[in-house]
Design a protein around this ligand. Structure first.
Ligand code: F6P
Length: 332
């Protein structure tokens, strides 16, 4: 192998730059030329790339975002798009392509592999951690830290005013950030997609809990961590409903995109470095149509479809203790 390429796709995640750095350095170590495609799969269609040298990756390990830019490329679902990408990769003499992104990006990589004879390898990078086949995805740990820092700050004002706060975290349809940020911040309640039965049930449960806690603690702050997309009318509406039903002031805080930014924490930098180096080594071993990951500190390589064929589950022990803690909070 002489030429390898990479791209970052979908929601950017802190640690993607650390991963790019590891891929470039490992490739150079093995004497490969490295090309970085810009703007995700769009770069493959537009033949928008740059040759990456060690100078391109100096001082990027600590930076959030991605030096290659990212994008969601819906048009890549079409066969013609994958064929065009294959033609462009062949024109440049690329033999292996590494895609850093979430399961949507891995679907794009799989689609490309059906039309291209080169090797395709996925590296899980998304704050949501919703990629099956790896314990953690690049960016996830930083997102938890960012959410936690914000929740701690909100708690100060919540305490001062003895208010209820609803804090919406990202995760698309997965509760990994929510559960971990809630545990670490000692939130009083969580609303997660994996644990939610119906909106009516969750609302009733929440109101009961708030009232029981109030009986026990008197007036106090009360923090609820809510995963995005969970309450159909949005958390501003949920805050209004709660204010009316409990007669306690309730305020919404949507953390949003701040969770995608910032300097990656060490766990994300280390994970990104390991997975980036390993992906290049897997390419050199001739692997294709696979994603790399880490499970119980062991580097692993699975079929790309592993990432979406089974839903990744929350840590059941963490769920259990969180629920036990909620129960204890409301006991007389
Ligand atoms: O996948 C990462 C993520 O930040 C999700 O948590 C969120 O739902 C989504 O991306 C937002 O996507 P976009 O950047 O397209 O608005």
């Amino acid at each position: 192998m002489r030429k390898i390429a990479l791209l970052t796709s979908g929601g950017d995640a802190p640690g993607m730059n650390a991963c790019i750095r590891a891929i470039v350095l490992t490739s150079l170590r093995y004497g490969l030329q490295v090309y970085g495609y810009r703007h995700g799969f769009n770069g493959l269609l537009e033949q928008e790339y740059l040759k990456l040298r060690s100078t391109n990756i100096t001082n990027i390990i600590q930076r959030g975002g991605t030096i290659l830019n990212s994008a969601r490329c819906l048009s890549f679902k079409a066969d013609d798009a994958a064929k065009m990408a294959a033609k462009n990769l062949d024109a440049l003499g690329i033999e292996a392509l590494i895609v850093i992104g979430g399961d949507g990006s891995f679907r794009g990589a799989k689609h490309l592999s059906q039309h291209w004879s080169g090797q395709v390898i996925g590296i899980p990078g998304t704050i949501d951690n919703d990629v099956n086949g790896t314990d953690a995805t690049i960016g996830y740990y930083t997102a938890i830290e960012t959410a936690l820092d914000s929740i701690d700050k909100v708690r100060d004002t919540a305490d001062a005013f003895e208010r209820i706060f609803l804090i919406e975290v990202m995760g698309r349809h997965a509760g990994f950030i929510g559960l971990n940020a809630a545990i670490a911040s000692a939130a009083d309640h969580i609303l997660l997609p994996e644990l939610s039965r119906s909106c009516e049930h969750e609302l009733e449960n929440l109101i009961d809990h708030i009232e029981a806690v109030k009986k026990r603690r008197g007036n106090s702050s009360y923090i609820v961590v809510v995963t995005e997309n969970l309450w159909p009318q949005g958390i501003t509406n949920l805050a209004e409903v709660l204010t009316e039903k409990t007669q306690i002031d309730c305020r919404p805080v949507i953390l949003g995109y701040i969770q995608r930014g910032g300097s990656p924490v060490s766990q994300d930098r280390v994970l990104a470095t390991k997975l980036g180096a390993f992906a290049v080594e897997m390419a050199l071993e001739g692997k294709t149509g696979v994603m790399v990951g880490e499970i119980n500190q062991q580097l692993v390589c699975h079929d790309l479809a592993t990432s979406w064929q089974q839903n990744k589950t929350l840590d059941p022990y963490l769920v259990k203790i969180q629920q036990d803690l909620f129960d204890i909070l409301k006991r007389p």
